[in-house]
Design a binder for this molecule. Structure first.
Ligand code: ADP
Ligand code: ZN
Length: 523
């Protein structure tokens, strides 16, 4: 077969032998003037899908991207292979901006990256109309979805492009692929005539593992020593403080770890990132500020020591592991405190009720993934609307978790919560409730006379750890709620069904050797 113009550009400009997945079809669709909606996981190779058509078509490919910090990198990479690329964003001074605008109007640019807020302004559109647009590429297109985790109002106005440029092809790309997001992208960006390309979201080389969290730093260190020793990895935590402390702890224990968060100055961050990219075996401990656009193929593990806010975030972050296709691990330690903390953050988050409900829904899906006794990958892919068989390469497939009938413990716990409320008008956190159930006469139990509660001591058959697992699973299933700053436990409308015996509760067995969970049973 002859070499198509697209393939010729792939070879000559980018130096690759062949297209991956559906890249060839996507390039063909857009280069020939058609619209496309592309759902492809991170690392799948979305960029070429608009870069090559931009090179094949007359005029400049306009790329809308919300990641201003990455524009420079992308433009540098393109310039290095001889592509005429530039960007327009708020980080530039007037002279620089003018230089880019002139180059565009003179038809000297193959690709021009613009921030969405710029493209939503009338003056920018008028300016673009004075030159020749080859195509519009709308990257991170899920930002148009109000139900997504990354909504940007500026994206809504991108739907208007079709009116001004009815004959210019548009391609929307995202690595987020729930059915709802897909539909919203199509509708809001007016891509009714687009061809849709939905890649599999499976990352078969990533092994998913979720373990109960007890001593996160120690568990993490064990995990790294056991399986990630000398390998490049990313550890995600929620707060800067946790990031700092964890990086320090790892360093003291011989891991080449460095912290990364938005509170560090730019020079330090750039140096950290450069070390991670160029050297072997560097572990970055980071808030989610790290990773967008990081293209390091041999990241062998991604660890979370705090619960991600949504399945999308979890998928994106874990997706930074194993881009080279070699076996990699996504490891998450998750516990009761995560549920309490995230529910509290949602409760206190600004925004209206529907916004909080949305966050709630995201969290619930994430919790379902954590608590599932079925294949993690199946759960994950179903979330993205894709079917799969049990994978054999996740913790629940490798070692099927045992379940037990937790209805009676659930009733004991819920009725303790109810009694405290009814008899004393009190609310307490998980610690106190578990102490009451286990019949511990702690100073706090005596102070409040909680040894007089009828359920005092009726839960001695389970350990503290097991009780915390019960609380966590009830919270995750919305059969119990945590409120306020202290995460005090209260019942939910659904609790009544359990209390009345109309609903049974299956629970996951917590692995006995908590701190070393994740180790295979033979060790
Ligand atoms: P995405 O935007 O989907 O996350 P990128 O476009 O950044 O992915 O591509 C991920 C990596 O794969 C990059 O290093 C890119 O150069 C590489 N890549 C993309 N397409 C091909 C291909 N056809 N052959 C070889 N490498 C490719
Ligand atoms: Zn599995």
């Amino acid at each position: 077969m002859g070499v198509t113009p697209a393939l010729e550009v792939l070879h000559r400009v980018f130096g690759y032998d062949e297209f991956r997945g559906e890249q060839a079809e996507i390039v063909e669709q857009v280069a020939s003037g058609g619209d496309a909606v592309v759902l492809m996981p991170t690392g799948g190779g979305k960029s070429l899908c608009y870069q090559i058509p931009a090179l094949l078509r007359e005029g400049t490919g306009i790329v809308v991207s919300p990641l201003i910090a990455l524009m420079q990198d992308q433009v540098d990479a393109l310039t290095a292979v001889g592509v005429q690329a530039a960007f327009l964003n708020s980080s530039q001074d007037a002279a620089e901006r003018e230089r880019v605008e002139r180059a565009y109007l003179d038809g000297q640019l193959d690709l021009l990256y613009v921030a969405p807020e710029r493209l939503s302004s009338e003056s920018t559109k008028r300016f673009l109309a004075n030159g020749k647009v080859a195509l519009f590429a709308i990257d991170e297109a899920h930002c148009v979805s109000q139900w997504g985790h990354d909504f940007r109002p500026d994206y809504l106005s991108l739907g208007d492009l079709v009116q001004r440029w009815p004959d210019v092809p548009r391609i929307a790309l995202t690595a987020t692929a729930t059915d709802a997001t897909h539909r919203e992208i199509t509708e809001r960006l007016h891509l009714e005539r687009a061809q849709h390309f939905v890649a599999s979201f499976d990352r078969p080389n990533i092994q998913y593992r979720i373990v109960p969290k007890n001593e996160p730093r120690k568990q993490l260190l064990d995990f790294i020593r056991r399986e990630g020793s000398g390998e490049a990895g990313i550890v995600y935590a929620l707060s800067r403080n946790t990031v700092e402390k964890t990086a320090e702890f790892l360093k003291q224990n011989g891991v080449d770890a460095m912290p990364y968060h938005a509170g560090l100055d730019q020079v330090t961050r750039a140096r950290t990132q450069a070390r991670f990219l160029r050297e072997d075996g560097v572990v970055i401990v980071a808030t989610i500020a790290f990773g967008m656009g990081i293209d390091k193929p041999d990241v062998r593990f991604v660890a979370h020591i705090d619960l991600p806010k949504s399945v999308e975030s979890y998928y994106q972050e874990t997706g930074r592991a194993g881009r080279d296709g070699l076996p990699s691990v996504a490891w998450l330690a998750y516990g009761l405190q995560d549920v309490v903390q995230q529910r509290r953050m949602i409760e206190q988050s600004p925004g209206d009720l529907s916004h909080r409900l949305k966050l709630q829904k995201h969290l619930d899906s994430m919790l379902a993934l954590c608590e599932t006794v079925d294949c993690r990958r199946q759960n994950l892919l179903r979330y993205f609307g894709q079917d799969a068989e049990p994978c054999g390469n996740c913790d629940t497939c490798i070692e099927k978790p045992e379940t037990w009938d937790g209805t009676i413990p659930a009733q004991k716990l819920l009725s303790t919560v109810v009694r405290l409320k009814r008899e004393r008008n009190q609310e307490f956190g998980a610690g106190q409730i578990v102490d009451i159930l286990r019949g511990k006469r702690t100073p706090r139990v005596e102070q409040f006379g909680h040894d007089q509660i009828a359920t005092f001591g009726i839960g001695q058959d389970l350990s503290d750890q097991q009780w915390r697992g019960v609380v966590r699973q009830l919270l995750a299933a919305d059969l119990l709620a945590a409120r306020g700053e202290y995460g005090t436990l209260v019942i939910t409308p659904a609790s009544a069904e359990v209390l009345s015996g109309n609903r049974t509760v299956r629970m996951r067995n917590e692995p006995l050797r908590q701190a070393s969970s994740g180790r295979s049973s033979s060790s």
